[in-house]
Design a protein around this ligand. Structure first.
Ligand code: SF4
Ligand code: SF4
Length: 175
């Protein structure tokens, strides 16, 4: 008799647990969704999101703005930036190779802040999976590819005045 009673209570408790679980499911069905069907859908990232640093190219010249000065490599707390340069016939330094070991990057952005030409920019790129450690070292070609292009400089507004007057205003301010 006692055995039968405990079985009866077990059946009741099972139904109560099921009802509680279904109630939680029902309530959450109407809540705002906080997940996405990744990778088909992705979050829109804020403008100041810090993904891996990249080297965007200048739309005017088609080249990056890097001077191979090495400031970014010196300031990087992880010491993961390697820069190679060459000196041309005009005695100017030119960037030959630029590597970042993204497996150790902590996305602090210090390298971009130290760049005098603002040629190094934090991207929105965050998918860094790979099968080998070597693939995690991004070279110049890859950093160009991921960086894309800087937005083109906006055209100066045409106010209808002659260009000399516009230049005077730009230098001395409107009087
Ligand atoms: S974001 Fe930080 S850790 Fe990553 S390369 Fe730049 S300075 Fe180094
Ligand atoms: S600080 Fe800027 S200009 Fe200097 S090496 Fe780094 S990316 Fe190039």
């Amino acid at each position: 008799m006692r055995k039968n009673r405990s079985l009866f209570y077990e059946i009741i408790y099972t139904f109560i647990s099921l009802a509680k679980g279904m109630a939680v499911t029902f309530v959450n069905m109407w809540r705002k969704k906080v997940t996405l069907m990744y990778p088909e859908k992705r979050w829109e990232l804020p403008d100041n999101y810090r993904g891996i640093p990249t080297l965007p190219t200048d739309p005017a010249t088609g080249k990056d703005k890097c001077l191979a000065c090495g400031s970014c490599a010196r300031v990087c707390p992880e010491q993961i930036i390697t820069i190679e340069h060459e000196v041309g016939e005009d005695k100017k330094r030119r960037l030959k190779e630029f590597k970042i070991d993204v497996s150790r990057c902590m996305f602090c952005g210090l390298c971009t802040e130290a760049c005098p030409t603002k040629g190094l920019a934090m991207s929105h790129h965050y998918e860094l999976t790979s099968f080998t450690k070597e693939e995690m070292v991004y070279n110049l070609e890859k950093l160009h590819e991921l960086g894309g292009q800087f937005p083109a400089e906006p055209e100066p507004e045409n106010t209808g005045e002659d260009s000399d007057k516009q230049d005077e205003k730009a230098v001395g301010g409107e009087k």
